[in-house]
Design a protein around this ligand. Structure first.
Ligand SMILES: CC(C)(COP(=O)(O)OP(=O)(O)OC[C@H]1O[C@@H](n2cnc3c(N)ncnc32)[C@H](O)[C@@H]1OP(=O)(O)O)[C@@H](O)C(=O)NCCC(=O)NCCS
Length: 166
């Protein structure tokens, strides 16, 4: 298995991975698989990493896109959706994708990275919970971040409109 940036032939496989990864997920609105396409169309796919298996091809995918905080673009990004095909979960693929995504976001000169989920899971990648940032209806303890610059801005995170396609 290797992690690499998406190429021009990966769109269909990425859609399929995100669809199947989120299909039975309790917080999913089943539109995750459309988000990556929408971000790409809007030139807002800052980073798109695939996990490629020698036998099964693309089995996982991680998305990074720019966010605003209090309406301002401040060099912060959002990690998600991240998905791994159900039959390949629990073998370290998701962790490898997130580790690489964090590394690459540092490499882009980002000021910080935000995601949402169980802080116990995200902690291992360097994320921590910080209530200075809020995101919509997400429980404050599930907003996680990695500051990559000197400051942590305070306020409301807004994702790219492409996330809200139905
Ligand atoms: C979350 C997901 C990407 C993880 O991929 P994966 O390849 O199974 O992850 P790994 O094998 O690297 O890691 C599995 C570990 O993470 C834990 N884990 C996975 N998802 C978790 C979650 N949402 N909350 C808490 N822990 C989680 C597992 O219990 C396991 O822990 P362990 O290492 O102590 O055994 C994958 O399960 C998935 O696609 N889920 C559906 C989509 C989703 O929820 N995406 C949100 C991710 S931010």
């Amino acid at each position: 298995m290797r992690i690499r940036p998406e190429n021009t032939h990966d769109a269909h496989a990425i859609r399929s991975v995100q669809y199947h990864a989120y299909n039975e997920h309790q917080y999913s609105y089943l539109s995750e698989y459309k988000i990556v396409d929408a971000l790409r169309e809007e030139n807002a796919l800052a980073l798109s990493l695939v996990a490629e298996d020698e036998r099964d091809g693309v089995i996982g995918h991680a998305t990074i896109s720019p966010i605003t905080i209090n309406g301002n673009g401040v060099g912060w990004y959002y990690l998600g959706p991240v998905g791994v095909l159900p039959e390949h979960q629990k073998h370290g693929v998701g962790s490898a994708l997130i580790t690489q995504a964090v590394r690459a976001t540092y490499g882009m000169g980002a000021k910080g990275l935000v995601s949402q989920g169980d802080p116990r899971f995200f902690k291992r990648f360097g994320f921590r919970n910080d209530t200075r940032l809020s995101y919509n209806q997400v429980q404050p303890e599930h907003v996680v971040m990695i500051p990559m610059g000197k400051e942590v801005p305070q306020g409301a995170v807004a994702l790219h409109p492409a996330y809200f396609i139905s």
